[in-house]
Design a protein around this ligand. Structure first.
Ligand SMILES: Nc1ncnc2c1ncn2[C@@H]1O[C@H](COP(=O)(O)OP(=O)(O)OP(=O)(O)O)[C@@H](O)[C@H]1O
Ligand SMILES: [Mg+2]
Length: 489
């Protein structure tokens, strides 16, 4: 097999291709060689082309980026020291873009430290010392190619699943959820900060976990911290850690969440409720990746991807001066909003299927599906607690039914006894609550509250006004409904 070698003349870099025109042959793996020494790069390209790869060359990082735009290499073999843009900067840029090719770094002989740190910090696949040993390069290329094939296959499968309404553990066929899946897929490979918003129980934490799982940090830790209801000192100790004796109660040295999430992902839950003073410190860490423990003398560098989530309207928190404007702009770079479940009722059948499968596993049950009547009830509930509330209702039903089909008798009383009236048929007055004789006062109250909320499009202040109760009472009632179901299950 003679490689077709085209010289680097006429300003074009060499392109080597050994594809012999057999339609059955698999696509050759594309390799980009980046080296400022012409002899070295042409020699390498010609050699690996003879091994059956499709090779392209670039003289430095800058040219490599340009080449990759038209030649999407699966593997890149790059020198570190180069003019214009060196190898480290090239890898950094590729990582930031996401979907980077598998990288083999070529280092000067005896430069083990640089090699190891490049692998560690820039996620390179492996390194080779100069002069390159052809046999070692061949083995390494085969491994890198098979890793890249695996990554491509994983991505293909993920895409296929996402068309069928599944991404990781998330289910959703509605257009709104397909949009969420697409955003998750786009942002996951990068290190960009993500802001996830949506009502309670819509799946914000699940989105954060999915971003982590689909990112190159998937083997690193995923750490979640709740920023609400914590005094400033404790919050800062939680995030940044503390040295022994740095404040009353700091009896021993403790690592913070940023340290614990090193090389992984940190979810800052309920970011809208973070103490105001802590927000400035968080912003600094987001800007320069340096963390100092409370009472600590030295700073440490952290490599953490941050995801923030909130069920508050952040713009409101901004107006009320509960959230710093500069932090808001820093976090609001890539936003993923999860719609409430009542805005995507078409997701309910697929969600039921996925949740029942998961709950069967959890409780060792063999429930197969739900009766059409049950599905109708579930599809017409207002679901103020969103997917979490649906899961709780199904968890109770799966435990009670144990196997077979979930019937109306397996639903909690407020759903099964008709205490909650399903959505009105077209032409019905949607502002009417229908109660069956046999409903309890509690069930009637719940049905009235939920229907009123539906009527006000979940505007709780307005609902409380209509019901002539305080907003606090309304919140307590809603919490009670969610937690009662949780307790029952
Ligand atoms: N699209 C989905 N597919 C499958 N399960 C889901 C989906 N969305 C949410 N869930 C499930 O619903 C429950 C609540 O999700 P999660 O904890 O992520 O919500 P949240 O938005 O973080 O809520 P909160 O604001 O109360 O913290 C979890 O059990 C989660 O697995
Ligand atoms: Mg959450």
């Amino acid at each position: 097999m003679v490689p077709a070698v085209i010289g680097e003349s006429a300003g074009a870099a060499a392109r080597y291709n050994t594809r012999m025109g057999s339609e059955k042959a698999a696509e050759p793996v594309r390799v980009l060689i980046v080296d400022d020494e012409e002899n070295q790069r042409l020699g390498l390209a010609s050699m690996i082309a003879a091994w059956g790869y499709e090779a392209e060359t670039a003289a430095d990082g800058q040219e490599a980026l340009e080449k990759l735009a038209v030649f999407p290499a699966q593997v890149i073999v790059t020198d570190l020291m180069m003019p214009r843009m060196d190898g480290s900067e090239l890898l950094r840029r590729l990582n930031a873009q996401g979907g980077a090719p598998t990288a083999i770094v070529v280092t000067a002989f005896g430069n083990l430290e640089t090699a190891v740190s490049t692998i560690h910090e820039l996620g390179a696949f492996w390194f080779m010392e100069k002069p390159i040993q052809p046999r070692a390069l061949r083995t390494l290329l085969e491994r890198a190619a098979s890793q890249s094939r695996l990554a491509e296959e994983t991505e293909r499968l993920q895409r296929q699943l996402s068309y069928q309404g599944v991404l990781g553990e998330m289910t959703g066929r509605s257009a709104a959820m397909q949009q969420v899946f697409s955003l998750v897929g786009q942002v996951a490979p990068s290190k960009a900060v993500v802001l996830v918003t949506g009502e309670s129980g819509t799946g914000k934490e699940l989105v954060a976990r999915t971003v982590h799982r689909l990112s190159p940090r998937r083997d690193g830790p995923f750490v979640a911290v709740n920023c609400a209801a914590m005094p400033e000192t404790l919050m800062e100790s939680e995030l940044f850690g503390h040295e022994k004796g740095s404040f009353t109660g700091a009896v021993e040295r403790r690592a913070g969440c940023f340290e614990l999430a090193q090389k992984g992902t940190l979810l800052l839950d309920e970011i809208g409720d973070m103490p105001f003073g802590t927000q400035a410190k968080l912003l600094r860490v987001l800007e320069d990746s340096h963390v100092r423990r409370l009472g600590g003398k030295t700073e440490m560098v952290v490599d953490v991807r941050v995801i923030a989530s909130t069920n508050r309207k952040l713009e409101e928190a901004l107006q009320k001066k509960l959230l710093r404007e500069d932090l808001y702009y820093r976090l609001n770079v890539f936003r993923i909003h999860l719609p409430a479940l009542r805005e995507r009722r078409e997701d309910i059948p697929a969600l039921c299927e996925a949740l029942i499968r998961d709950l069967n596993r959890k409780h060792g049950c063999k429930v197969t599906d739900v009766e059409p009547k049950v599905l109708n009830i579930l599809q017409t509930c207002p679901w103020p607690g969103n997917v979490r509330e649906l899961r709780n209702v199904l968890e109770r039903a799966v435990i009670i039914a144990g196997e077979g089909t979930v019937g109306v008798q397996h639903l909690p009383p407020h759903l099964s006894a008709g205490g909650f009236s399903p959505a009105p048929a077209p032409g019905d007055d949607s502002s009417v609550v229908t109660l069956r004789v046999g409903s309890t006062v509690d069930e009637a109250e719940k049905a009235l509250i939920l229907r009123t909320l539906e009527h006000t499009k979940n505007n709780k202040t307005r609902a409380a006004e209509i019901l002539a109760i305080s907003l606090k009472t309304l919140h307590n009632k809603l919490k009670e409904y969610g937690s009662a179901e949780e307790a029952e299950s």
